[in-house]
Write a protein that binds this ligand. Sequence first.
Ligand code: PNS
Length: 178
Amino acid sequence: MRQARVKPTRVTPSRAGIVVVYPGSFDPVTYGHLDIVQRAASQFPHVVVAVVANPSKSPMFTLPQRVEMLREACGSMRNVEIDAFEGLLVDYVRRFERALIVKGLRIVSDFEHEFSMALLNRKLKGGAETIFMPASPQYAYVSSSSVKEVFSLGGDIAEFVPPSVLRHMRARRGKAKR
Ligand code: PNS
């Protein structure tokens, strides 16, 4: 599937401080993701949330929709920018003079996967370091895929996703019914 291109809006690579890149599919963004964004933004001068254009799983939302939902949810965070990338994460990260990848860890099984990705991303040409943030306990069980499943089965997801996401999900369901 060909994804529409998303024009990065506010990305201004910081020369002074380190940039923290938080990559993911964000299909859709959840309060668990936003918890990581907020906490990273409270520790580092500049956080870039980088939405992967072509995730390995086929996404529910298009790239522009995923970016839009993140922009709505992160609008009030002054040192947070939303961008999109295609291809290797290390190639994207290389555009910043000093950058770290940040990943959230929820449960032990996340660790196995994230640990191998972190090693790979360090090993690849132009390799980048990864730091991990433990999920806040109230979000340890929240994932984009579980939110989509609960929603599709008629469950209430209002406490797991921001209002903008709920709106998009309801609109999508409305269209599907027509
Ligand atoms: O939210 P997700 O789907 O768990 O995020 C996965 C993501 C986007 C971080 C990962 O798939 C990724 O980095 N994709 C870019 C391609 C890449 O660099 N692959 C090599 C490292 S595994």
